[in-house]
Design a protein around this ligand. Structure first.
Ligand code: FAD
Ligand code: MG
Length: 309
């Protein structure tokens, strides 16, 4: 089988793209390793008509609806290489036959680069969050701690005062100038410069001087990097995400990467990140891939085009 499109990453953005393509009668293979970025959180917030729904259920419903289309194939596994070029790509998959396709869509997501604070990983998505729009409201305007990892924490701490009473936990992660201190004070942010020893209880911070600070929730503006090294292997250019927030795949307005025939969407190719934004990005990427397949129907084969010239 030579698929019209192989989509690597079958979460929100990849599935949104697949939906547009199968509805245009295109054959699509989705390869998915099953590690959605929000798998650490039970509930997903802020996605219209699904506010507060189980994040896994949203994904499972989407997959079930997609699999009802006869031109959709799904492979649970990890793609580990992409070779070939436009119209003739081959994707290698650990423990499986390679698959061939005319277009590739990278919807592989990002991974959060969390600071190495004992107790943080276990609380990620439960008491420690990245996005106030996703999890701020549920914290009931309580006390919030911002764990600094870099200059972005200054902005995050001030902005989070929209959701509660904020303490910036500097934790040696950024220098605070006189102006920064004045800005934080004006916003009503408490500054805590004693470094963090561990996280305890639900969302309490044990400082290295022994004090225990209790919070309703903690936030960390973690940098994000593409979750799979696969995205760079075929030569797709990366770019800096805005505000020093990490790296993402460079795409144009038609979702094309720097490699002809390879497209990208979702968290791995945009900032900021949410389910709604990933779904919109994926839907548009699917339509753009469809346009590219449609346009190639009328293009002359390369040899004929050369002869005409
Ligand atoms: P992802 O969901 O990250 O999916 C990428 C998929 O690609 C995964 O299934 C992965 O296994 C697969 N993959 C990667 N590499 C390969 C490979 N080589 N081969 C095969 N498959 C591969 N947003 C909200 O709107 N509301 C929320 O409440 C919310 N809560 C969040 C909670 C937490 C803790 C975190 C970290 C994020 C949260 N988000 C939330 C953000 C949201 O999870 C992301 O914006 C969204 O998941 C992005 O979707 P995506 O399809 O781009 O990527
Ligand atoms: Mg996806």
């Amino acid at each position: 089988m030579h698929y019209d499109t192989i989509i690597v990453g079958g979460s929100y953005s990849g599935m949104a793209a697949a939906l547009q393509l199968v509805r245009a009668h295109k054959s699509v293979l989705v390869i998915d390793a099953g590690e959605r970025r929000n798998r650490f959180a039970r509930q997903s917030h802020g996605f219209l008509a699904q506010d507060g729904a189980d994040a896994a259920v949203i994904a499972a419903n989407a997959r079930r609806q997609l699999e009802a289309y006869p031109t959709l194939s799904w492979l649970e596994g990890r793609a580990d290489a992409i070779d070939g070029d436009l119209d003739h790509f081959t994707v290698s998959i650990a423990g499986n036959e390679p698959r061939r396709g005319r277009r590739i869509l990278l919807a592989t997501g990002v991974s959060d680069q969390l600071p190495p604070i004992p107790g943080l990983v276990e609380r990620w998505g439960k008491a420690v969050f990245h996005c106030p729009y996703c999890h701020g409201y549920e914290l009931g305007s309580g006390r919030l701690g911002v764990i600094a990892t870099g200059p972005m924490a200054l902005h995050q701490a001030q902005f989070l005062t929209e959701w509660g009473e904020v303490t910036l936990l500097v934790n040696h992660a950024l220098p605070l100038g006189t102006e920064d201190r004045a800005d934080l004070e004006r916003a009503g942010v408490t500054i805590e410069e004693v470094p963090i020893a561990t996280l305890e209880n639900h969302a309490s911070v044990r400082l290295s001087d022994g004090r225990l600070l209790d919070f309703a929730g903690l936030f960390v503006a973690a940098r994000c990097l593409p979750s799979s090294p696969l995205v760079e292997a075929p030569g797709c250019a990366l770019e800096d995400a805005p505000m020093g927030m990490g790296k993402q795949i460079q795409i144009d307005a038609e979702h094309k990467t720097s490699v002809p025939g390879i497209f990208a969407c979702g968290d791995v190719a945009r900032f900021p990140h949410s389910v709604s934004l990933a779904v919109a990005h994926g839907a548009w990427a699917g339509a753009q891939i469809h346009r590219s397949l449609f346009a190639s129907k009328f293009a002359l084969p390369a040899q004929e085009a050369a002869a005409v010239r």
